[in-house]
Design a protein around this ligand. Sequence first.
Ligand code: DAH
Length: 342
Amino acid sequence: MLNKIESLKAEISGLKASSEAEVEELRIKYLSKKGAISQLMNDFRTVPADQKRELGAKLNELKNLATETINGLRAAALEKEAADSAAALDLTRTAAPVPQGSRHPLNIVRNEIVDIFSRLGFSLAEGPEIEDDWHVFSAMNFAADHPARDMQDTFFISRNPADVLLRTHTSSVQARVMEQTQPPIRVVCPGRVYRNEAISARAHCFFHQVEALYVDRNVSFADLKQALLFFAREMFGPETQIRLRPSYFPFTEPSAEMDISCNICGGKGCAFCKHTGWVEILGCGMVDPAVLDACGIDSKVYTGYALGMGIERITNLKYRVNDLRLFSENDVRFLDEFVSAR
Ligand code: DAH
């Protein structure tokens, strides 16, 4: 038996294997239940008692040697196989073409608007599309008989008990933010709005707006103007000029509409700007003190400015999409044109 142990020792010390499968064969040959070492263990039972001590120790040594050798061979084989398969990868091959989706143009422009205002310290705020009369109209200082409340403009969901309706503008988010927070408030609020209009190239029953609101001590019209200029130049390029025309909104006083120098003809005059050199892009003004008070903000302490714009309008200027219906038809030929856009 001693001889057998010694010859197996010599055999195992010289083992080699070039793959994991070969290592597994060796394990079966020496270490499995029917393997050579188990065989010896069985024979060991019949060894005379006075030899058991010496032979037992040798047998254990043999088993340990076999286990270590085979584990070592396995680790080496696995490493080699991993290295071989990495070498087989051709990293210079062009990737299989994966069809690339695109962002919707309205989302591209929405993100850009939000991004520009976030650089001025505005944070994102959103509100529900299904609203009530208070947030859309009353808190925003619309008189009880204001025509915008009319069925012809507004989609009502229920008249009673509460007026539930689809918001007609994102100004409702102003009211919600002011009710929940005390100044300083600086939020930019993008979202979808609804109006009861016949669908055509120039009007749709839903479209998108972005609202911005800034309320703090000593906010002035000059602050508004500076923010507007910054926005216009970030959005349409550093050469862009702005002009403010007096206007009226129930929720701002004074109110203005902002034009930018036509970014299509550079202000020289073209069909797009009706040869005026200017195009209107948004409404704005100083938040009416009645709106601040209605939303729980002390108008003797705080002032604010607000502005609102249509995302479709900005997208039209940026990408010349002149039929509003394209935005909601999801024609892939149209959407594919924006694959490379931001
Ligand atoms: N809510 C107006 C609209 O739907 C847009 C607007 C104008 C928003 C002036 C404002 C603003 O915040 O100050 O036409």
